[in-house]
Design a protein around this ligand. Sequence first.
Ligand code: KIV
Ligand code: ZN
Length: 532
Amino acid sequence: MTGSKKERKTMTRSKKDRVIIFDTTLRDGEQCPGASMGLREKLEVAGQLARLNVDIIEAGFPIASPGDFEAVKAIAEQIKGPRICGLARCMNKDIERCAEAIAPAGARGRIHVFLATSEIHRKHKLKKAKAEIVKTAAAGVKYARKFCKDVQFSPEDAARTEPDFLAEVVRAAIDAGATTINIPDTVGYTVPHEFRDLIAYLYDHVNGIDKVTVHVHCHNDLGLAVANSLSAIESGARGVECTINGLGERAGNCSLEEIVMAIKTREDALGVWTGVKTEEIFRTSRLVSQLTGMVVQRNKAIVGANAFAHEAGIHQDGILKERTTYEIMCPQDVGIHDTELVLGKHSGRHAFKNHLQKMGFHLTAEELEKAYDSFIKLADKKKTVYDDDLVSIVQEQVYEGPRVFTLDYLHVSTGNQTVPTATVRLRREKEVFEDAACGDGPVDAALKTIDRIANVQGKMMDFSLQAITKGKDAVGEVSMQVAYGDVVVAGKASSTDIVEASAKAYLSCLNRYLMSRKKAPAKKKPQSRGKK
Ligand code: KIV
Ligand code: ZN
């Protein structure tokens, strides 16, 4: 380890060693199967990213869908602080749409254009020769500059591109007016020394590269995204593209919490720093996990439930004597606090509202009333209500989005000598539907009954149950991914009763699917039990 604690404290931070944190949770992260978010959820995440003090938020790919366009535009209008970036291919229609979406951010807007450069992509995907790639990249950057002073160019699959050709494309993009060059390892193929050499090669072979900022964008297919990003920093890259919880296509992207905490914890060895407010990391991780339905694995570095847990007696003993024996970071530095006890059933609306605001939730009076109702019900059932319980309440009561069906009544009978049976009553506006079914367990029975009522067959792709807080009375949080044909949706719900949590999570998936089809179930109509 280079540099003592004392040296680190007195180290002066130069601006040239500041690593820009470019968060792409809402764009590349959202491309993760089943992790899609609605407008309200994206705005909440963007607001939290601003509190986390990331430098740039990539808010979406505006040409991809009207929903993406609206989300980028709303974020550009409402989120203050970070730069707001939108993605576009090197095509005029993409760039125009992107420019329109980021326009409300004014001088904080950025257009990010990309074009694949590797031989595999040129030959099989684009069917374009090298000269045409150079021309298209330059034209894309030039056109984007007509709308925006801040233009980023990415040669997609750069890590598998011939270095001399990559240098040629990057040079052309800089000459055309790119202000940031991003070097992606699109398929997570590179290894640290190779990526470090590639960035060094570009610094040595591209005129004008010292006038732009070089970012890197690493995918995690070999689990090397953070290591590769750190290697690139050694060669002079000063921007890292990353996502909360490492969310993203396939194995995901470079994880924001890991790269930021590596830089902070080993500033002595790396000599660089970021502007991230690390105390907001844990809250941001929880929020993204809640809103996307993507569970964080327990042993995930920095934000996993076990990241600061010490099981072995020797370790516990060491920690009690001196924390640094087995802890290289303070849990408080990432916003993890032992005492998260917040409110009890006697807490009034005012305290409840204040506490939610401190957590970053700004609800309307009507939303607040709904959330408060659920909080009181929960506080009646369990002694202690934690921050995580409140995040669940807000997620379910406020962000859940329009619902086709709601759960009115659930009864299960089960036991080791009983055929598990469920009776379920669902409500769709004023109509009420009731049915019963058996299953190989109470959860299976409840979900089968929901399928029968809705007349839609969901296939369970993933199911996980976690206790979100401590104690036997903990709230159980069920996350699942359900496939309806080739559409996969994610849902999450919590309750002190895990069968109820499972039924609600399943309904959340069903509602998302039905809303996406914009109509209630087809074919056979659900069995109505009459109007109420
Ligand atoms: O992985 C990738 O290459 C990308 C680009 C669009 C930057 O996400
Ligand atoms: Zn990517």
